[in-house]
Write a protein that binds this ligand. Structure first.
Ligand code: F6P
Ligand code: MG
Length: 450
């Protein structure tokens, strides 16, 4: 039984063999489906009339290689070193695998195994001639965005209202209004994470719309099991006089969640909370739905389309505002190879020291989503009352990094719950770990790194 006094190295990371875990359920039931989805996607693209015949021929070899990964998962084969695809990171993956030792798909550290699966898909594409920059998950990302129509249109309208409120709120006497706006925008970005595509397979369109509306967001506030919003606000108020206030957002998913993140970035700028916002994307397709650089333009392409979003009244006011932030450089995007490595963020100071330094210099680093949270906490089976600061390990106490995690709970790890009686109440309300897994509960966890 893990105890709240254990240190980071003593806490076990969850393995895919862990009985009753989300890790096991994901590895056994979802990974093969995800690979099958990418096989089908490549088949569909290759079948299009305008595809070059060499590219089509190559798609067959890619599909065979993907089927091989799928078979490996279904038959619980050992994880083997990744073959060279000309990229420098392969060595690091194989070193990490060697350090873990013998393991197989359904008996490996969940974090490593899942990252390894996405890197294996990319390895196949990198080794091809015609498919190197192909996004096997683009179709799914696009389709889900269109399904979020009602929520996108509602948020566009709400945002335009908020901009007006923000202007009003710039008057010093409107402190309370300012804080309420901050809470609302933070929660929109938080619950935007409830709908990642790797879980979407199990949600109906109605479920999706229920998760996204503004009223739903208000109702869900009671489901934030560690809520440090007041502490973040206090930090932002205390430091508002700093000349440079760059906020980094380490993004999670494309489509609807990314829309909420861009709105959040725009709000942080409009409200004068930050002086610039840097959005961190992944370098290649990752965990199905994560934002890659091409998803930025894709977001605007979709928002511009009246076929996707016919309710134009507020969107037509909003889009030029958002674009302007990108054009002026107030919002920028960047990618770092570290985000698509299998390391937990406890390894950032040694594996990506330059990135770590940049984050130390940031005014605030916001990590979106479940996978980032798993990496922040080493995917560890911590007692739920462990403090967030402690679970952050080297990124916690005295790290100098101001870290805010906005994450809906979709895995096996959750820390920062204030008391054991709260944990007991959650276990009663949502038994069998449902509150850690089903995406209906969340954390807004903040640490100042002091
Ligand atoms: O189990 C759900 C899952 O696929 C996890 O593997 C992963 O942590 C998560 O979803 C991805 O969620 P997010 O997009 O919020 O990081
Ligand atoms: Mg994701």
């Amino acid at each position: 039984m893990p105890s709240a006094t254990m240190n980071a190295q003593e806490v076990r990371a969850v393995w895919t063999s862990e009985r009753g875990s989300m890790a096991k359920e994901t590895a056994e039931n979802r990974w093969a489906k995800i690979i099958q989805g990418s096989i089908d996607d490549i088949g569909e693209t290759a079948a299009a009339a305008d595809v070059d015949c060499q590219k089509r021929a190559e798609s067959i070899a890619i599909q065979i290689a993907l089927k091989d990964i799928k078979k490996g998962i279904e038959q619980n084969e050992p994880l083997t070193p990744l073959r060279d695809d000309g990229k420098v990171d392969i060595q690091e993956w194989n070193k990490k695998l060697a350090a873990i030792g013998e393991c197989s798909w359904i008996n490996c550290p969940w974090l490593f195994g899942e990252c390894y699966m996405y890197r294996s898909i990319q390895r196949i594409l990198n080794s091809s001639k015609h498919w190197q920059n192909y996004d096997v998950f683009k179709r799914q990302k696009d389709a889900s965005f269109v399904k979020s129509r009602a929520a996108v249109e509602e948020l566009a309208s709400r945002y335009m209202q908020i901009v007006t409120d923000t202007r009003l709120a710039q008057n010093e006497s409107k402190e309370v209004a300012k804080k309420l706006l901050f809470i609302e925008m933070t929660e929109i970005a938080l619950w935007g994470n409830a709908t990642d595509l790797s879980l979407l397979a199990n949600l109906t369109l109605e479920d999706l719309q229920n998760l996204q509306g503004r009223e739903a967001i208000q109702k869900s506030q009671r489901n934030i099991v560690d809520n440090d919003t007041d502490d973040v606000w206090a930090y932002l108020q205390r430091t508002a006089g700093q000349a440079s206030r760059q906020i980094d957002i380490v993004l999670d998913n494309a489509s609807f969640e990314f829309f909420t993140d861009v709105l959040y970035a725009a709000y942080l700028l409009e409200a004068g909370i930050s002086t610039s916002v840097r959005l961190h994307t992944k370098e290649f397709p990752w965990f199905v739905s994560d934002v890659i650089p091409s998803d930025v333009e894709s977001l605007f392409k979709h928002l511009d389309s009246s076929e996707c979003f016919p309710g134009r009244e507020y969107l037509d006011q909003l889009i030029p505002r958002l674009r302007k932030f990108f054009q002026s450089g107030a919002i920028t995007t960047t990618s770092d190879p570290f985000w698509t490595m299998p390391f937990s963020f406890h390894e950032m100071p040694s594996k990506a020291p330059a990135l770590f330094k940049e984050l130390q210099n940031s005014y605030l680093v916001i990590f979106k989503g479940d996978l980032n949270y798993r990496k922040l906490t080493r995917d560890g089976l911590w007692p739920h009352t462990t403090t967030y600061e402690k679970a952050l390990g080297p990124l916690g106490k005295e790290s100098g990094v101001k870290i805010l995690a906005l994450r809906t709970n979709k895995s096996d790890v959750c820390v920062g719950v204030p008391t054991q009686s709260k944990v007991d109440a959650l276990n009663e309300e949502a038994p069998s770990g449902a509150w850690i897994r089903n995406g209906k509960y969340a954390v807004v966890s903040f640490n100042e790194g002091q």
